[in-house]
Design a protein around this ligand. Structure first.
Ligand SMILES: Cc1cc2nc3c(=O)[nH]c(=O)nc-3n(C[C@H](O)[C@H](O)[C@H](O)COP(=O)(O)OP(=O)(O)OC[C@H]3O[C@@H](n4cnc5c(N)ncnc54)[C@H](O)[C@@H]3O)c2cc1C
Length: 378
């Protein structure tokens, strides 16, 4: 077993979109930093839709060229059956930002790591955060790879660990779940090509998401509440029944070969920290706020919060005292806007308003206002 000691101004735990975005900004600002990522090689993650209005941010961050790679496919709108039995089409092309992108997510994660390294970023791959000591002098973090334990010291630690918010958890900071939504996800291969669009359909117990991918692959997910999920052995009959009950998704699945054996069930509701920073730490991406995938906002928000957190940390380290508060204001404003949109979107569907999934879905004004109320109390 070896023990090395290293010092940085900032250490970032998590090498997904939010952690890498934070590091890119810090490095550009001359702040020494290091990203710790548990997975030696990128793994396939859930989520691939980048809406057209993310483009200004991607350009500002200098990563637009990554998305324009032919591995990622352009998508031109949404087809949605929501609020009535009719299938409605929304084309993006008339909007100011043009089309969106359906990412090859695994490739995107590889691209981000490569981009970080070629921009002088430091990425320790295969290292997992084990312990944190947060003292007046700063942070001491123990990271581990196999039998190799290393202690890193820094002024700040960034929680970029995704939905689980592992750094916050270790620091005793609780993340609140506002929803018990889960996604049931499985893969399929298209027998014949479909339009490059996202298909969404509301049903009695939740909603369907379907999007084409590279190489005729198809992403299919059903979103429902944890309390409506059957026990594991009944999952396949449950999902088949839900599929048959859909009006439009069921037609599309007829032209696909579905792999029901490789099903994943993953949390996918809204959750948030009360305050996204504290003494010597800041949270970014899903660790700070996790978004309902109906919004297609997770990846964009992860990149954006990393961008703003990088700026806030650089300012804080040069003694600009309100930098963290400004960060909080920016990301809470975005979360507030999301909650308003989420609530109005779920309200549009009232065919099953007394069913458990749809009942009071984000209709409570106190949920939507909680961000601003907290802020006003400060
Ligand atoms: C079902 C589903 C569908 C989705 N669909 C979309 C979509 O269509 N569009 C969209 O924009 N978003 C979507 N999302 C959300 C999107 O994928 C996330 O918002 C995004 O990945 C968040 O990025 P992040 O960097 O914050 O976290 P992550 O991408 O989760 O990265 C966190 C990283 O931290 C590492 N890590 C964790 N713990 C440790 C530790 N202890 N030590 C070291 N490293 C650690 C992990 O290995 C991981 O690489 C979806 C999410 C789900 C669940």
């Amino acid at each position: 077993m070896t023990n090395d000691k290293k010092e940085y101004q900032v250490i970032i735990i998590g090498g997904g979109p939010s952690g890498i975005a934070t590091s890119l900004i810090l490095t550009a600002k001359g702040i020494s930093n290091c990203v710790i990522e548990a997975q030696e090689q990128p793994t396939r993650k859930f989520g691939e839709a980048i809406p057209p209005n993310a483009k200004p941010l991607l350009k500002k961050m200098g990563i637009m060229h990554l998305i324009e790679n032919p591995k990622h496919i352009a998508y031109y709108g949404n087809k949605s059956c929501w609020g009535s039995d009719l299938l409605e089409q929304k084309e993006f092309l008339n909007g100011i930002y043009g089309h969106g992108y359906l990412l090859d997510r695994l490739y995107f994660e590889k691209q981000l790591r490569k981009h970080l390294k070629s921009n002088s970023g430091i990425l320790l791959e295969g290292y997992r955060l084990k312990k944190i000591l947060n003292t007046k002098k700063g942070i001491e973090a123990s990271i581990q790879k196999g039998n190799n334990n290393t202690i890193l010291r820094s002024s700040y630690i960034v929680d970029a660990t995704g939905r689980k918010a592992s750094v916050c958890h270790k620091l005793g900071v609780v993340k609140k779940n506002m929803d018990t939504q889960f996604a049931i996800s499985f893969k399929a291969n298209l027998i014949e090509p479909i339009e490059h669009q996202i298909n969404v359909e509301a049903t009695k117990n939740g909603w369907w998401y379907m999007a084409p991918q590279h190489n005729n692959e198809l992403t299919i997910m059903f979103f429902t509440l944890q309390e409506l999920l059957p026990e594991k052995k009944l999952l396949i009959p449950f999902i088949r029944k839900e599929m048959e009950a859909s009006l439009h998704i069921s037609k599309l699945t007829k032209i696909a070969k579905i792999d029901f054996e490789n099903i994943n069930v993953i949390p996918s509701g809204t959750s948030r920290l009360d305050i996204p920073y504290g003494d010597n730490w800041i949270a970014v991406g899903d660790a700070a706020f996790s978004y309902d995938p109906i919004s297609s906002y997770g990846i964009t928000s992860a990149l954006a919060s990393g961008f703003y957190a990088g700026h806030a940390l650089a300012s804080q380290l040069s003694n600009k005292k309100d930098a963290m508060l400004t960060y909080r204001f920016i990301i809470e404003k975005a979360f507030q806007a999301y909650m308003e949109k989420l609530s109005s979107h779920y309200t549009e569907e009232n065919r099953w308003k007394d069913e458990p999934y749809w009942k009071n879905r984000f209709l409570k004004k106190k949920d939507r206002d909680s961000v601003l109320i907290n802020f006003a109390l400060e």
